[in-house]
Design a protein around this ligand. Sequence first.
Ligand SMILES: NC(=O)c1ccc[n+]([C@@H]2O[C@H](COP(=O)([O-])OP(=O)(O)OC[C@H]3O[C@@H](n4cnc5c(N)ncnc54)[C@H](O)[C@@H]3O)[C@@H](O)[C@H]2O)c1
Length: 258
Amino acid sequence: MLLANRVAIITGGARGIGKGIALRFAREGCTSVIADLLVAEANKTVADISKEGGKGLAIQCDVSDSKQVKHLADTVIEKYGKVDILVNNASFGPPSRSFADIPEDEWDKVIAVSLTGVFLCCQAVIPHMKAKGYGRIINISSGVAVSPAFPMAHYVSAKAGVLGMTRDLALELAPLKICVNAILPGPTRTELWDSVIPPDADKDAFFTEMGEKIVPMKRVGTPEDIASVALFLASDLSAFVTGERISVGGGLPLRYQR
Ligand SMILES: NC(=O)c1ccc[n+]([C@@H]2O[C@H](COP(=O)([O-])OP(=O)(O)OC[C@H]3O[C@@H](n4cnc5c(N)ncnc54)[C@H](O)[C@@H]3O)[C@@H](O)[C@H]2O)c1
């Protein structure tokens, strides 16, 4: 097993990509701690992990609130004595709007969750990684951080900020053998898209059409596609890889990135 006896915090692990990562890690012997706003869904993920014979724990946490993040780290340390892996995955999709129409409070909320949340979780967990001399931090950014697709400057700015933070932190932590990397998912089938898909639309048809139209591999991603790459970055297989970003988008970045 690639993550035997490891302890991971996965923010936003109650559903979608985070849930896929939590399940995948648990199958590899890791205890998956799910930190999410949605405590009922987080408990459901833990129940799914237990059904497969794995170990998990749900903790309600808003990653944009430093007190709640501190409580998260303290609880994990009290219970397990360490945090080996942090997956900064929690985020939400704000409405697509032209730049001039983004209200300041919406800007602030997006930055607070999707950028400051990453900062707060890293700050809370890194001292414990340093104490044990081991750490893997995996930041879930987005393909739109480098190839914008819709007008949503707040989300794109937050996700691009995560890439900057990944590289800066990777350099600082490299002498301590703590690796910090980012994953840039392409369009992936999760509930994040619920705000974009009209309620009466056929979801299967929506995702099939999007995949065929824009993705070179002709399908959208699944949480499992992202989880496989997260597993590589969480494991000893990537011990000499830090400060990198990996696109998981079925070739989509080939169309846009220079
Ligand atoms: N789905 C895609 O197409 C796609 C593409 C690129 C990047 N991403 C990124 O992947 C990550 C996961 O997205 P997803 O598609 O699984 O979304 P999702 O909406 O299905 O899941 C996000 C999870 O984060 C949680 N969350 C939101 N705000 C939070 C907060 N303040 N504190 C704690 N938890 C919070 C939600 O409750 C939810 O469980 C996000 O960072 C997203 O930006 C997704």
